[in-house]
Design a protein around this ligand. Structure first.
Ligand SMILES: *Cc1c(COP(=O)(O)O)cnc(C)c1O
Length: 360
């Protein structure tokens, strides 16, 4: 078996141990003689698995008891709508920090439900930073303040959670469980699993129960957090196989030492690439201000863009995949999620050095 070094932005690398465990019990889960895909979500076997995943998540993120933990469908993009549907609660507007492609999409989606205010934006400088808090124009009457903890396309990450007088909503799609996030400072945190937590198909929502119960009248029941919380995220058939694989990945994160240990490893991985970029004398370029460089996604350009196809071809020939930048940004992007091993990142850093030696 030849496994690639997988730098895909999502769906992304899963821990080999998780894939092996799933493989071993693929035809017979927990002595049932059935695949976990073939059993009812209402069965004791599945409910035990679901409860364990919630317990592991609560422990890993130190989620306070007053928060509901939901395992939903529709991806993070669904949350762009589901958040205003549920959290406007009679208010006419919500504040958004615009720091890259994904926060831009969240703002666009919110326009259907309210008048989202852009409290600050780094668009004019090409999304190279999080604007300093002194420049934010926050509305004390906003329903909530939304921010994107890690901009997966632009490689911009918050150094600390914003201070807000209104409920704080966090799109942590590409960073939840890759670094410590203080859930208790937030009203709601969401993340689709396919970056750091599992496969596509399941979205984790952590929400302060004090915010529940005021969904807009046209909100379908399956999109009402309060209804889903009452039904333990099983108002209808959940994405059982994704839930199961997410549970295995949570167990793997615990075995790896938890979020603090994973965070240290992720910082070291990202450091390797940023050092190579900074040492390249301008051969490789990352435009993000150092304080806001992402540990999850490292986007960069070659100063000579005509070399990019050769870079990608040679990387692929060396067993490194998923390095092409997002269509909207171009260039190269290396995603270094939890399951991407230090060996893979070291191989990429060596490859970059060698490519620069040959072509620089
Ligand atoms: C990937 C991503 C999304 C979109 O996730 P989907 O599950 O594809 O809807 C939203 N926000 C961020 C920060 C992301 O990285």
């Amino acid at each position: 078996m030849a496994r690639s070094h997988n730098f895909s932005a999502g769906p992304a690398a899963l821990p080999l141990e998780v894939l092996q465990e799933a493989h071993e019990e693929f035809f017979d889960f927990a002595g049932t003689g059935m695949s976990v895909m073939e059993i009812s979500h209402r069965s004791d076997t599945f409910i035990a698995l679901a409860r364990q995943a919630e317990r592991d998540l609560r422990e890993l993120l130190d989620v306070p008891a007053r928060y509901k933990v939901l395992f939903l469908q529709g991806g993070a993009s669904m949350q762009f709508s589901q958040v205003p549907m549920n959290l406007l609660r009679g208010k006419a507007s919500a504040d958004y920090l615009h720091t890259g492609l994904w926060s831009g999409k969240a703002i666009m989606a919110a326009r259907r439900y309210c008048a989202p205010r852009v409290a600050a934006s780094s668009e004019a400088s090409g999304f190279d930073r999080v604007p300093p808090a002194s420049e934010w124009r926050l509305d004390p009457d906003a329903a909530y303040l939304h921010y994107t903890e890690n901009e997966t396309v632009h490689g911009v990450q918050f150094a600390a959670a914003p201070e807000a007088a209104v409920p704080l909503v966090c799109d942590a799609c590409s960073s939840l469980l890759s670094k410590p996030i203080d859930i208790s400072r937030h009203g709601l945190v969401y993340a689709a699993a396919q970056k750091n937590i599992g496969p596509a198909g399941i979205t984790i929502v952590l929400v302060d129960e004090a915010l529940l119960g005021g969904a807009l009248p046209l909100t379908p029941d399956v999109l009402d957090y309060a209804s889903q919380a009452r039904a333990d995220s099983m108002l209808n058939t959940p994405a059982t196989y994704s839930w199961y694989l997410t549970g295995l990945t949570l167990k793997w994160i615990r075995k790896s030492g938890g979020v603090a240990a994973i965070h240290r490893a992720n910082q070291a991985k990202a450091g390797l690439l940023y050092r190579e970029i900074d040492a390249s004398g301008g051969f490789y370029v990352n435009i993000v201000q150092p304080a806001f460089r992402s540990i999850n996604n490292v986007p960069f350009f070659l100063a000579d863009p005509s070399l990019e196809p050769a870079f990608l071809r040679a990387a692929e020939a060396a067993g490194m995949r998923g390095l092409k930048g997002h269509a909207s940004a171009g260039g190269i992007r290396a995603s270094l999620y939890n399951a991407v091993g230090p060996d893979a990142v070291a191989a990429l850093a060596d490859f970059m050095k060698e490519f620069r030696r040959v072509h620089g």
